[in-house]
Design a protein around this ligand. Sequence first.
Ligand SMILES: Cc1cn([C@H]2C[C@H](O)[C@@H](COP(=O)(O)OP(=O)(O)O[C@H]3O[C@@H](C)C(=O)[C@@H](O)[C@H]3O)O2)c(=O)[nH]c1=O
Length: 181
Amino acid sequence: MQVEETPLKDCFLIKPKIFEDHRGIFLETYHRKRLAELTGIDAEFVQDNQSVSSYGVLRGLHYQKGEFAQTKIVRVIFGKVLDVVVDLRPDSPTFKKTYSVILDDQNLHQLYVPKGFGHGFLTLSEKSVFAYKCDDYYKPGSEGGIIYNDPDLKINWNFPENELILSEKDRNLPTLKEAFE
Ligand SMILES: Cc1cn([C@H]2C[C@H](O)[C@@H](COP(=O)(O)OP(=O)(O)O[C@H]3O[C@@H](C)C(=O)[C@@H](O)[C@H]3O)O2)c(=O)[nH]c1=O
């Protein structure tokens, strides 16, 4: 496993070691001790989630508020997504900065998303199977979000606007300014 820093503080790109032979591939998708050694951060994950999306589905940008904030390790089991995070920690040197990365079933990269980040992804393949670990439980009512096309964040989704598929909830998320001022 290799861990690379991203431009955002405390957010890491994880590149698992892939073993390939005539049967296919093998990889360890999570190794608590090694990850803690390489990142200096040791989260205790308590919930695993999986979602399936079709082409053009954009989920996000989501976070849980305050004491229910979640560290996540996100990855793609099948297909390809553009994964996007934004640092929403006002005291962070990278506050309001975003980072985008392709996660797919070929590179098998994972993103370590710290507490206090907003997270979203857009499915670029016909279908994606997305999986993630969380270090706190889902808490309905504590969900927060920022609209995907926030005028200050200016995330380049690089995708035709009229082909995006969003939930009603995500279409009505506030802007960064509305959420934080
Ligand atoms: C996230 C979540 C949802 N649910 C339920 C609530 C709802 O009825 C249904 C679908 O929920 P949502 O529309 O919020 O699902 P979704 O839009 O996929 O939400 C996820 O988006 C990505 C980007 C994240 O980063 C995640 O943390 C999570 O917020 O599943 C749970 O029971 N447990 C959970 O942990």
